[in-house]
Design a protein around this ligand. Structure first.
Ligand SMILES: *Cc1c(COP(=O)(O)O)cnc(C)c1O
Length: 432
């Protein structure tokens, strides 16, 4: 076994191994392009979050943010590992329901939930509905009344922390489509309304300050602001909320340049901030929830492509085209996301060439990476793109009428299909 990069990539006889299965065997069995997910790593990540909650809070709930990678099997695994899940649409909720995911462990998000979605959430008995705005609270109240239910509610709060500016600032996030602002009094008004609505049960508050965050301090600041708000509401109304959902956004390694913070490093300072602020404000220690998405599935995913045409433009660049692209990984065209890549069957070959890796869609922007270091590549070779487990399959499109790829789960030297790839007939199924 050889470790090629800083990250742990398993290579045997020069070949990339995924969950103990040689990449070439997966390509031969399922074809390319192909999404491959490492089950052991997904479970390990889930367990690490769960154990860490226990260690630092004694209790709490890890809700896997299923928008990162959503299919039946991931909900089954989350349930087996004792996690809850976040859903943001009827489609995600329906998928969770289809495998009997325990609904009391579901958090339902969304800045513009439809009546149909709210009705399903109430009917299914979702454990927490994260309300985003005042009209939604009003709607939930009458819908719950009509259905003879009490709607369990969290309020989505903008804590005023923008984790993406270099030194995060305290007012930066007022301009967000998500949630209630604190500064304007909107959040307090929402809390009062929820408390006084007979058909709503106000459980607590939620925030999510961004994604792919490598710093600890923004999470600490957000925790202080959030617990402070629980204190404010208690002071003003006498009502003490119990739930504190601190969201997700923990950074992962996409390339060797990324240095993710071990999860335990966040939990110590954040739990301390929660505890201290709660003490100071005279409130009980809240029940804490977190919502990791990419940090559970991101590094567990690898996409296998076959190299096709290679086009050298002298003194400009060399295009290396693969048999997939923006349809299966839109993150480059969306935000120039970077990925590490390697030739799956010569994983230790020195990367002494630079390629612009292109897809096969009819867009010049259909790239998977630029200046990607690789050995000199040959048509027909297998190319592995690493850390594609999050926001790839879940963001896939059928642009250029390319079918959605299959997803294979690997573990202990075995592979199994967890999502069938679409066929040509699937592509025309709904056409009239
Ligand atoms: C996207 C999202 C998450 C997960 O974010 P990651 O960066 O994948 O961890 C968690 N909570 C909410 C509300 C989100 O919108």
């Amino acid at each position: 076994m050889v470790l090629r990069m800083k990250r742990r990539v398993t290579v045997e006889n020069g070949e990339l191994m995924l969950g103990g299965v040689p990449a070439s065997r997966l390509a031969a069995e399922y074809g390319t392009p192909l999404y491959v997910m490492d089950e052991a790593l997904i479970r390990k990540n889930m367990q690490a979050f769960r154990d860490s909650m226990k260690e630092f809070y004694g209790d709490g709930l890890v809700c896997y943010a299923s928008k990162a990678f959503c299919c039946k099997e991931i909900y089954r695994i989350a349930e087996q590992e004792g996690l809850g899940v976040d859903v943001v649409s009827l489609g995600e909720l329906y998928t969770a329901k289809s495998v009997d995911f325990p609904m009391e462990k579901v958090c339902f998000h969304g800045n513009n939930k439809s009546e149909e979605e709210l009705r399903a959430a109430l009917e299914y008995g979702v454990g927490r509905i994260v309300a985003d705005n005042l009209p939604e609270l009003v709607q939930l109240d009458w819908m719950a009344a009509e259905m003879g239910k009490k709607a369990p509610v969290l309020l989505r709060i903008k804590p005023g922390i923008d984790a993406h500016t270099h030194s995060f600032i305290m007012t930066g996030q007022i301009d967000s489509k998500f949630g209630f602002a604190l500064e304007t009094g909107e959040a307090m008004e929402a809390a009062k309304q929820a408390i006084s609505s007979p058909n709503l049960q106000l459980l607590g508050i939620h925030c999510h300050i961004g994604s792919q965050i490598f710093q600890i301090q923004p999470f600490v600041e957000a925790a202080k602001v959030m617990v402070g708000f629980i204190g404010d509401v208690k002071e003003e109304t006498g009502f003490e909320m119990t739930d504190l959902n601190l969201g997700g956004g923990f950074g992962i390694r996409y390339t060797d340049e990324d240095e993710p913070v071990p999860f335990g490093d966040y939990m110590g300072p954040v739990s301390e901030a929660v505890r201290k602020t709660a003490d100071k404000r005279g409130i009980r220690m809240p029940f804490v929830l977190i919502e990791p998405g990419r940090s559970i599935v991101g590094e567990a995913g690898t996409t296998l492509y076959t190299v096709g045409s290679i086009k050298e433009i002298p003194n400009v660049r060399t295009y290396l085209a693969v048999d997939g692209g923006m349809g299966d990984n839109p993150r480059y065209i969306l935000y120039q996301a970077k990925y590490d890549m390697l030739p799956a069957c010569r994983a230790n070959a020195p990367a002494d060439h630079f390629y612009t890796v292109a897809g096969k869609c009819c867009e010049s922007g259909d790239l998977l990476g630029e200046n990607v270091p690789l050995p000199e590549m040959q048509p027909g070779e297998l190319l592995a793109v690493l850390s594609t487990g999050a926001y790839n399959y879940s963001m896939a499109s059928r642009y250029n009428r390319r079918p959605i790829l299959p997803v294979v789960m690997v573990k202990d030297g075995k592979s199994r299909l967890i999502v069938r790839g679409e066929t040509l007939d699937d592509l025309i199924r709904n056409d009239l």
